[in-house]
Write a protein of this length. Structure first.
Length: 205
């Protein structure tokens, strides 16, 4: 295993540092964090470890505003998308298979970034998507994981996504936007089930 850093300038005046973990694999999983949910937090951290064990190299993205330790203005989302595209361009041609794994706001950013790679077939794992991500889920399909008590993604959105072709839906009962419940041990069980579901999806290349 080798860990490299991809460092690029950003619109926020600070360099972005992405971690590229390689093991001479022909597949790569690119991780898109949430607005305030980094790749070091449980859902993305353990999903990335599972992806690596399944035979994927990893690209763990950081957004420019995160590097600058500031908040995101929604008018700047297009800058984030373009910077993600520029960063992925540094490594994508090394790989035959590409999967984008995204959380919350990252599901929208991942979908819009995938549109810029129109010449590549990119598969998706959407964790706790937003309403704005629904057209992108319909377009790309993939694995969608959401909680039934997620205030940002109601039952009507869940049912809409459930009807999309080429889409696998994992609906977690009573889980919130963090895919957690009040009981700690149950939350850990949920995390394990999500990692196992993503592992099965990633294993089908």
């Amino acid at each position: 295993m080798q860990v490299n850093k991809i460092i690029l300038p950003s619109a926020w005046g600070r360099d972005i540092t992405h971690k590229h973990v390689t093991n001479s694999n022909t597949s790569v999983a690119v991780f898109f964090p949430g607005q305030n949910y980094s790749c070091e937090l449980p859902l993305l951290y353990y999903t990335s470890r599972s992806a690596f064990a399944t035979g994927y190299d990893l690209l763990m993205l950081e957004y420019g505003y995160q590097s600058a330790r500031t908040t995101l203005d929604q008018s700047q989302v297009d800058n984030v998308i373009q910077e993600c595209y520029n960063s992925i361009q540094q490594i994508i041609n090394k790989y035959d298979n590409v999967v984008f794994v995204s959380k919350s706001l990252g599901t929208y950013i991942a979908g819009k970034t995938a549109e810029l790679f129109s010449d590549r077939s990119i598969r998706h794992v959407f964790l706790t998507p937003l309403q704005s991500s629904i057209p992108l889920i319909e377009k790309f399909g993939g694995l969608v994981v959401c909680g039934t008590k997620d205030q940002l993604f109601a039952e009507k959105e869940i049912q809409q996504v459930a009807g999309f072709p080429n889409t696998q839906l994992l609906k977690v009962e009573d889980a919130d936007h963090g895919l957690e419940v009040e009981d700690l041990h149950h939350s850990l069980d949920i995390l394990k089930s999500i990692v196992e579901a993503s592992n099965r999806f990633l294993s089908t290349k």
